[in-house]
Design a protein around this ligand. Structure first.
Ligand code: ADP
Ligand code: MG
Length: 383
């Protein structure tokens, strides 16, 4: 879940600017303009992190920090002191009162963001430790389509984030598309090697620990295994045994592992779909695509059209009148569609430009609701 940050400052311009800056990073922001207000918000809202101004009229930041640290209910809340006081004595007093970090105003946005990320990440790795034990196997969810470009990667990323938010359990999203990776790009990581490094190993070397070393901690709380976007790495798609090993071993790293399996039934994907607990087949309301999807569904589900292991997500990417209706799609597929995503071209575009997944950019829109519906269907018990 996107972390909650409470910004406390008696200067309203600082509150607004810092709030906006952090909001753009995908955090959920609350603001308080006095020490008293900060304390009551901390009790009601339970933020993960407090960005705390030192000098405020009624109750100063040092006092707020002391009170947080002295109560078991609030002692774990992270505190970054953010103040114009730059003397070493001031900093020592801040740390003494329980600050996790200290930043001096004025600061560069990038510096502020880096401190926030670093502090949250240190806490994240402490908290996530128990679920990262390498013996309990989680559920495996494969996302795939009968062709490229219909929204598989977008769905994998956003579904992962919403599943983490809804269940508070650990989630890993793996991009299993060597040479065609886009998930790294979607979250602003331009040259991710993750999967390529693993595919260079022998099958025996592909352990949960080895995969764990390649995971990227995203601020949403989801961890990612990226594929490279280097076209030549596409040749690694023939490393079938390694890809299957990654899909099997990744399940030991999180409660839910979600795999972007792409739009082709390669030999590796053909094997991986056999052991996924859930499959989400993505399609679009266009005749040829629906036809291809039906062939894929026939392969995946055999004759059992009621199988709840296989879900169908219908993604409208265009707001066009000339598309098949839901009824037509379901007739032609011979089964029900589990969730419909309405066209959200502006949101999709903005999310790419800002490298912020759709559900973080717009946490209360219809796209979010649609992902919540899908998450519910994915988590639901098999029939
Ligand atoms: N609901 C939507 N509305 C509009 N555009 C979307 C929607 N979902 C995804 N897209 C866009 O469609 C394009 C293809 O999505 P992508 O997830 O990369 O597909 P795939 O992984 O199947 O190739 C991307 O540009 C993405 O931003
Ligand atoms: Mg893709």
């Amino acid at each position: 879940m996107a972390e909650k940050i409470l910004v406390v400052d008696d200067d309203l311009d600082t509150l607004r600017l810092v709030g906006l800056m952090l909001e753009r990073q995908g955090y959920r922001i609350m603001a308080a303009s006095s020490g008293q207000q900060a304390l009551s918000m901390i009790y009601s809202e339970r933020p993960d992190l407090v960005l705390l101004d030192l000098m405020m009229p009624d109750m100063d930041g040092i006092e707020v920090a002391r009170r947080l640290r002295s109560s078991p209910e609030t002692e774990d809340i992270l505190i970054i002191m953010f103040t114009a006081k730059s003397q070493i004595e001031d900093k020592l007093e801040g740390f003494d009162a329980g600050a996790d970090d200290y930043l001096t105003k004025p600061t560069q946005p990038r510096e502020l963001i880096a401190h926030v990320k670093a502090v949250l990440k240190r806490r994240g790795s402490r908290q996530a430790a128990p679920s990262r034990e390498f013996h309990e196997q989680g559920k495996l969810v494969g996302i795939l389509a009968a062709k490229g470009g219909v929204g598989v990667s977008t769905l994998a990323v956003n579904l992962g984030i919403v599943m983490h938010q809804e269940t508070k359990r650990s989630v890993v999203v793996g991009d299993l598309r060597p040479g065609c990776g886009t998930i790294g790009l979607e979250v602003g990581v331009t040259n991710p090697l993750g999967l390529s490094k693993l595919l260079a190993l022998s099958v025996d070397e592909i352990t949960p620990q080895a995969i764990h070393r390649e995971l990227f901690d995203h601020h949403s709380g989801v961890q990612f295994l990226f594929s490279s976007a280097q076209p030549l790495d596409a040749r690694l798609v023939t490393s079938t045994d390694q890809l299957v090993a990654v899909a099997r071993q990744i399940t030991y790293l999180a409660n839910f592992s979600i795999l972007d399996l792409g739009g082709e039934l390669t030999p590796a994907v053909e094997k991986i779909v056999q052991f996924c607990d859930r499959l989400v087949v993505v399609t679009e309301p266009v005749p040829q695509s629906v036809y291809q999807t039906r062939l894929l569904l026939d392969f995946l589900g055999g004759k059992d059209t009621t199988s709840r292991r296989v879900l169908v997500a219908l993604v409208n990417r265009l707001r066009a009148g000339m598309q098949l209706s839901l009824g037509q799609v379901q007739d032609q597929l011979g089964r029900d569609v589990s969730v419909i995503f309405t066209a959200a071209p502006e949101l999709a575009y903005q999310s790419q430009v800002s490298t912020t997944p759709m559900v973080l950019r717009q946490a209360d829109g219809v796209t979010m609701q649609q992902f919540t519906t899908l998450a519910g269907r994915v988590i639901g018990k098999p029939g």
